[in-house]
Design a protein around this ligand. Sequence first.
Ligand code: NDP
Ligand code: MG
Length: 385
Amino acid sequence: MNQKRIAIFGSTGSIGTQALDVIKANPDLFTAEILTAQSNDELLIKQALFFNPNIVVIGDEKKYQTVKTALSHTNVKVFAGEAAIAEVALIDCYDIMLAAIVGYAGLRPTLNAIELGKPIALANKETLVVAGDIVMRLAAEKRIPIIPVDSEHSAIFQCLVGEGRNKIEKIVLTASGGPFLGKKPNFLVNVKKDHALQHPNWSMGAKITIDSATLMNKGLEMIEAKWLFNLDAHQIQVVVHPQSIIHSLVMFNDGSIKAQMGLPDMKLPIQYALAFPQRIANDFPRYDFKKPSTLTFEEPDLKTFRNLALATDALYKGGNMPCILNAANEIAVFAFLRNRIGFLDMTEMVEQTMAKVSFIEQPTLQEYFDTDAEARDFAASLVHM
Ligand code: NDP
Ligand code: MG
């Protein structure tokens, strides 16, 4: 395999740092060409000194001078600001983008990378939730693959390798259930941020950890799956599987089911996406069939975890509804993480925003941008933010 040059957008995050671990462990396969962060200048500098990329970008312009000075004795080019993060995606110095920024902010850089004709290893699910039709259409036009990094979608992608045109009857996304599996609203109403940030199986960034606790994450993943695998809403099912060993399943039209399994470790889907179509040998711990264990499946509790029901509504409704849901949810999670609203208030905020912002059946990209702004403003007005 030729050495692949990787552009990591969001290199200081949970996915970004694990991707750099993968690159570090496989220096003959990968180099890091672009690294971007929002505000963590200290880590970005450390990464740049170690990996010697072509370009780094710090989103927060106030930190430009610090990064520039720290890297002044190197050849690393330093840029700053939101626009620069999107613009460097247009510089032809990499072979694949790892889209690992969190939230709506990941959309523009990813669109630019596709525009440039670069394959995408996609962790940033919000990109597809907000504007999946436009992203996938552009990728098809440019004939570039979008290879999922999200573990469930990586599982489905892996199950589909070799299946060519065989028809999918449905896919089943597995959900761990998060830290509050089995709890009821009378418990959830008192949940605080520190408790919600403790995920039983995965260690991830704050936003997705809260989304996992509310099950919004699984709702976003249903919408992500619709676009990635060109499915109808009714072909997508969620099942709670607390052990997180089966990462998702595909049922074909003969009733046969394929699953992808493994210990929960995001490095696996990250390295699969970066090296695809090859697999890379590693010495990560293995699942041990000799140890007694039980794999269980149950229906999600949609009455308690109403975010999943709202996301399912958005999935069926289509148009700009998933974009509205996503924007309201980003504001809600932001407010919850700052102790401005309670755990269940997040759902209220999303529901009210979905009812308020005008529905557009087939939005243009500009209409998605406008929808996002309008939904954010409305959601923020609910908590006077
Ligand atoms: P983190 O919060 O850990 O990291 C986010 C990264 O994006 C950081 O590098 C951060 O910079 C940067 N960033 C944050 N806000 C902005 C912004 N406004 N503009 C530009 N860059 C920004 O998130 P995760 O790594 O957990 O998640 C990244 C994406 O991957 C999310 O979409 C998530 O849903 C998805 N994902 C994550 C999984 C996981 O295990 N973590 C699993 C599956 C999907 P800084 O550090 O400076 O703030
Ligand atoms: Mg996932």
